[in-house]
Design a protein around this ligand. Structure first.
Ligand code: NAP
Length: 282
């Protein structure tokens, strides 16, 4: 008899996530005896938790705030994933060939979805937020775009990302700014929200209507709600826009592939994600 393999999302706090619905639908569709759970682990318990994965029958995890950087020292990186040392953000770990390996599927997930919407080549980009997701976003865009302006309430975080990008893409222009006004959105082609601001009904709108224009593409990594205040404003000014639900799908299908070695049932996973949204918003 085989023992059910456990996968899950590690973070603190782990708020309502769409990943269990998406991954469990995939396991079920392929008749894989596995389950995806949420693991809310306090920082002081992280070390013990990571040491107890085998005992818990855990074979793979997604990793979110605040552990994307911390798990780096726990995993080995394949030759193709060595650049993640510089990016300092791992969102998927898998037990393979007797060791834990780390990957970042946000990178491919974002790359794929942004390309479905806009060709980032030579575009002028503004990024709000300089956390783990912004690391994936700026890495993708620095290989394509003309330049990136980045703003975070914590300037040091933007500076860390700028230093990382300059190291990886010498000569690429990434500018850290002190205010949202200094992002100069009227000159930009692409605005990315990589902050969590917009998830809660009470969250403020970070940009003003007069900052946006109809030739701007606005991408919000938030997927719940599917239309944040930022995206409603983009719609109002006639700009094109997208939320992060497809990015979540694509990062999830890549994680599934790492964990199972099988081709993920993408349509099943997409349907499961959509079912997580309130009916009126699908
Ligand atoms: P994170 O590591 O916490 O980064 C968010 C950054 O935004 C932090 O540096 C935060 O600063 C900053 N910030 C907060 N309020 C701000 C404000 N008013 N103005 C400017 N910066 C502000 O989170 P993350 O993992 O990067 O995730 C960011 C968002 O992307 C979340 O909503 C997450 O759900 C979403 N996401 C979506 C996908 C997807 O597949 N669609 C994948 C990954 C992430 P402080 O830390 O000082 O608050």
């Amino acid at each position: 008899m085989t023992c059910r393999k456990i996968y899950g999302l590690l973070g603190y706090p782990v708020k309502h996530s769409f990943s269990p619905a998406m991954q469990n639908a995939a396991f079920s569709a392929l008749e894989i005896d596995a389950e995806y759970r949420l693991f809310e682990v306090r920082p002081e318990e992280l070390e013990d938790f990571l040491g107890s994965l085998a005992k818990r029958n855990i074979y793979g995890l997604n990793v979110t705030v605040p552990y994307k950087e911390k798990v780096l020292k726990f995993v080995s990186l394949d030759k193709e994933s060595c650049y993640l040392k510089q990016i300092q953000a791992i969102n998927t770990i898998v037990f393979q060939d007797g060791i834990w390996k780390g990957f970042n599927t946000d990178i491919a997930g974002f790359f794929r979805h942004i390309q479905e919407n806009i060709d980032p080549a030579n575009k002028r980009v503004a990024v709000l937020g300089a956390g783990g997701a912004a690391r994936a976003v700026t890495y993708v865009l620095a290989s394509q775009a003309r330049d990136i302006f980045i703003y975070d309430i914590d300037r040091r975080k933007s500076e860390d990302i700028a230093a990382m990008i300059k190291k990886l893409f010498s000569g690429f222009e990434i500018k850290v700014v002190n205010t949202i006004e200094q992002l100069c959105l009227r000159d930009k082609d692409l605005l990315i929200n990589a902050t969590p601001i917009g998830m809660k009904e009470t969250d403020p709108l970070l940009v003003k209507e007069e900052m946006l224009h109809k030739d701007l593409f606005v991408y919000d990594l938030i997927y719940n709600p599917p239309e944040t205040k930022l995206l409603s404003l983009a719609k109002k000014v006639g700009a094109r826009y997208a939320n992060g639900l497809k990015m979540l799908l694509y990062q999830g299908t890549d994680s599934f592939r790492h964990w199972t070695g099988k081709e993920p049932p993408r349509d099943v996973m997409w349907q499961a994600l959509q079912k997580e949204l309130p009916e009126c918003q699908r």
